[in-house]
Design a protein around this ligand. Sequence first.
Ligand code: HEC
Length: 154
Amino acid sequence: MKSAILTIAVLGIGVGLAQAASHSQTPASVKARHGIMQNYSYSLGTLGDMAKGEAEYDAELAQAAADRLVALSAIPQTGYWVEGTSSEDLDDSRALPAIWENMDDYLSGFDELNEAAVSMAAVASDGQEALGPQMQAIGQSCGGCHEDYRMSND
Ligand code: HEC
């Protein structure tokens, strides 16, 4: 009998904690789009380090990073940029409200990134010197969108 009461009490605390956690939780759509961006960074970082000579050129790794950027930038964006998840709605979102006012322009940024990534993938195995010029195009695509649509850090 005692153990049954204890079990119920423990379950009660468990439910309470779960509710508290879900209340303050970041929506799954926001976490998912952050994950994509983090993967962009990882792949671009791999290529950038090789382009600058800070990491040894490795054709297989460079190709994998470029191919990954192509695939990631082709992922359908529908469902990521949900109404009510802007930087004004959530503490953990830096997505500016301008996104929802210019959705077509915003989404075209991912097509641009994809084009730049495809160009990178076409030459990524050709040697270290091939990476630099393509890095620029990709970097401009990331930076251009962030400038217009991502809240700055300061
Ligand atoms: C078409 C627009 C667009 C493009 C292109 C884009 N980003 Fe972003 N990025 C955003 C927005 C908007 C946010 C803020 C999202 C949020 O907080 O929900 C963001 C956030 C990020 C973050 C922070 C993620 C986090 O965990 O909070 C990183 C890192 C990032 N981007 C890297 C990149 C890199 C690298 C590229 C290029 C390879 C890139 N982004 C291309 C719009 C873009």
